[in-house]
Design a protein around this ligand. Structure first.
Ligand code: SAM
Length: 239
């Protein structure tokens, strides 16, 4: 990898959505067209509708990978009044798009990315490629990348001014484990610190966990028009 590459999220899901999104409407149309049976006719129409929805979702994931991802990162980072000395943590950094984006706002601060680099979650996902992106973006000395699980962070309480995370928490399957990850964020965030957590599902459950952990929820809403795909973000502060 010799040029900057922030990957496609859930590449197999994206590919399958596009493939089924093309095949299912053709099957649905054929059933409707070649049968005189009314029930089969309705099933055919339903398949066409389902297929089109799958195709739209798959294409939206592709567009997110080439454009929406960068728009969402710029939007998220623009919500912070940067001083340059912040300690930033990016949870589930993958190939480092948020960690590196944050590092570009820093002078004396540090941007740390943690991940367990699951191959199915992001194309070409590994720590070496995250380091390569940091080199290519000329921020290597401002970043640090660690192999750590979001549910058990090896950082002291009140360590970070800013915590970012994109499309990571939903990968933790169990709700109680997701709550654990949110409690970890609350624990390592400094007083007056801010966390911005994005995901492809509504972030209202995360907001509840953060409230339970004593954080102040600023907002939890959707940003589909910014990301061009399914996107919600919860913003919290620590008092
Ligand atoms: C869809 S990718 C998004 C990567 C990056 N945030 C981005 O926007 O390009 C989700 C990332 O979360 C990571 N991840 C999944 N479960 C995790 C966990 N329990 N702890 C830390 N990282 C995790 C995956 O390895 C993957 O890199």
């Amino acid at each position: 990898m010799n040029k900057i590459n922030y990957g496609f999220d859930a590449p197999a899901i994206m590919r399958n959505l596009i493939i089924f999104g093309l095949i299912v409407p053709v099957i649905g149309f054929s059933i409707s067209y070649y049968t005189g049976n009314m029930i089969l006719n309705y099933i055919g129409i339903l398949l066409v509708v389902i297929g089109i929805i799958l195709l739209i979702l798959g294409i939206s994931m592709y567009i997110y990978g080439i454009k929406g991802k960068f728009r969402m990162r710029d939007f998220m980072l623009s919500k912070i009044a940067w001083k340059g000395n912040e300690n930033v943590l990016d949870i589930g950094t993958g190939l480092g798009i948020y960690m590196i984006g944050a590092a570009k706002h820093l002078t004396t601060g540090k941007s740390i990315g943690i991940d367990i680099w699951r191959a199915e979650d992001l194309s070409e996902n590994n720590i070496e490629n995250a380091y390569k992106n940091a080199d290519l973006e000329n921020v290597r000395e401002k970043v640090e990348i660690k192999n750590e699980d979001a549910r058990k962070l090896n950082f002291q309480d009140n360590s970070f001014d800013i915590i970012l995370s994109m499309y990571c928490i939903h990968n933790i399957e169990d709700k109680t484990e997701q709550e654990k990850a949110c409690f970890e964020i609350a624990r390592v965030l400094k007083p007056n610190g801010r966390a911005l957590i994005g995901d492809y599902i509504p972030t209202h459950d995360y907001a509840k966990y953060f409230e339970k952990a004593g954080l102040n929820v600023v907002s939890s809403k959707n940003y589909i028009s910014t990301a061009y795909t399914l996107m919600w973000m919860v913003e919290v502060t620590k008092i």
